[in-house]
Design a protein around this ligand. Structure first.
Ligand code: SF4
Length: 253
């Protein structure tokens, strides 16, 4: 079965060079996505299309090497990608990170056969909880066609997610919602098209440790606790169609 993603998010690392009070992830972990995890994901699955490819962390620039490796795999497998989006904190620069994004931009444009208006977008998060971005880093990034101008904004209380450090610090007015992690069955469909069968997934998050998660706006601890499976153990079809780890565990709660 071919995989058709509307949105796929890849957590490059759980390391970070900041400690924002509103971070929904919680404390950083010394975990980076590895070649073995990326290889398993591409070898076990027949990925046909990715609408929006999101990279996240932690701080994504701290594992630029694996961003480039992931992009090389996309190109090698000739996978359709519409666009990429990611945010960084602007404190660190990585040659491999920029090289990977440039390759992805060029590949998207080449494959679509026309100069796309938005092959991707790289943003720098700047609000009252983040340190000011490093001027030298911004200087190196600002010429990139997909780089968005840095704008400082006020993070509104109602937009702070109720997980991780934000939850511990009582900064969010929202209540944690675990159904976003467990209700994965609402997130996919099996469709037939021109003689092929597609597993169409609205959204999926792959953690730096290979866990497959239904919602990426959560703490590392909750994402691990409510993981649907792991790309090194199963293919995505097996997780969704044959029943995820979470189904098996929820039976006993
Ligand atoms: S919000 Fe982002 S930059 Fe801040 S600690 Fe969390 S992962 Fe790091």
């Amino acid at each position: 079965m071919k995989l058709y993603y509307s949105r796929l998010q890849i957590e490059l690392t759980r390391r970070c060079n900041q400690k924002c009070a509103d971070c929904c992830r919680g404390d950083e972990q010394k975990v980076d996505i590895s070649k073995e995890i990326i290889d398993a994901f591409f070898e076990k699955n027949d990925i046909y299309h990715i609408g929006v490819l999101l990279f996240s962390g932690g701080e994504p620039t701290l594992n630029g090497k694996m961003l480039e490796y992931f992009v090389d795999k996309i190109i090698e497998k000739d996978i359709d990608v519409d666009m990429f989006i990611l945010s960084i904190n602007g404190l660190s620069y990585s040659e491999e990170f920029v090289s990977g994004l440039n390759k992805l931009r060029d590949y998207i444009i080449l494959k679509s056969g026309r100069e796309r208006l938005y092959p991707g977008r790289l943003m720098v998060t700047q609000d009252q909880f983040h340190k000011d971005a490093d001027k030298e880093v911004i200087e190196k990034l600002k010429h990139l066609s997909y780089f968005s101008p840095v704008e400082k904004h006020e993070m509104e209380e109602e937009n702070i997610l109720p997980y991780g450090r934000a939850y511990e610090n009582g900064l969010s007015k929202q209540e944690p919602d675990l159904s976003k992690l467990t209700d994965y069955q609402k997130n996919y469909k099996v469709k037939e098209y021109e003689g092929s069968t597609y597993l169409v997934i609205e959204y999926q998050y792959i953690s730096a440790n290979g866990n497959v998660v239904n919602d990426g706006c959560q703490s590392y601890d909750l994402m691990d606790e409510y993981a649907l499976g792991n790309v090194q153990k199963q293919c995505i079809e097996e997780i969704y169609i044959k029943g995820s780890e979470i189904d098996k565990r929820l039976k006993y709660i």
